[in-house]
Design a binder for this molecule. Structure first.
Ligand code: GDP
Length: 203
């Protein structure tokens, strides 16, 4: 899919600042440094787009990007990097958890994991939260260009097992460097947005 216009709309510090135009939303979540900004930039074909989410003071906020006036991509703060073994709740506070649990416009979450790493405890916490919130999620394995083709199946299996996915083929290997996986991810996002609201009672 080609994107005509992707625009940064707001860095929200609370629900009062979330957009009110009712467009469907797809959120992006993952560990800090997993490749979230690179993926967003590649998906929309705009190099500097997600740089906004990295500017000081915005890294803990919920950043909304309007895509072709039709949907919002919502960049959630990265969690659990390196020596900071904090729970999701400690990293995020109530803002992000509340967003995931209660936002009526939210149709699904793109959940990013580094293809080379086993899911961390924080990733598993994230998965638990998505399930609890009743949100469909799309597991995307980033930095796929960093591993050889022959190594891949083993790594994908390991992650699928860690996340208790019924089928490893549910994951989408992705590379911001080569563009691999872009088409598949766009298709999965489009399907999520077209599908009936998974949590109709909340909207
Ligand atoms: P974020 O903190 O999750 O937003 O991660 P970034 O997008 O800033 O990426 C973190 C680091 O990983 C940067 O040095 C990127 O250049 C690198 N990176 C991200 N995606 C890829 C990828 O698909 N392939 C390779 N080789 N490097 C990547």
């Amino acid at each position: 899919m080609r994107v005509g216009r992707a625009e940064f709309v707001v860095s929200a510090a609370g629900a009062a600042q979330f957009p009110r135009d009712g467009l469907p939303e797809v959120a992006f979540a993952g560990r800090s440094n997993v490749g979230k900004s690179s993926l967003l930039n590649r998906l929309v074909g705009q190099k500097g787009l997600a740089i906004t989410s990295k500017t000081p003071g915005r890294t803990r906020l919920v950043n909304f990007f309007r895509i072709d006036g039709r949907i919002y991509f919502v960049d959630l703060p990265g969690y659990g990097y390196a020596a900071a073994p904090k729970s999701l709740r400690e990293t995020w506070g109530e803002l992000v958890e509340g967003y995931l649990r209660a936002r009526g416009e939210l149709r699904g979450v793109v959940f990013l994991l580094d293809i080379r790493r086993e899911p961390t405890d924080r990733d598993l916490e994230m998965r638990g939260l998505l399930e609890e919130a009743g949100l469909p999620w799309i597991p995307v394995l980033t930095k796929a260009d960093k591993v050889g083709r022959s190594e891949r199946p083993k790594l994908i299996h390991r992650i699928a097992k860690g996340l208790a996915l019924p089928d490893p083929r549910q994951t989408i290997p992705f590379s911001a460097t080569t563009g691999e996986g872009s088409r598949e991810l766009w298709a999965a996002i489009a399907e999520r947005v077209r599908a009936p609201d998974p949590r109709p009672a909340r909207s």
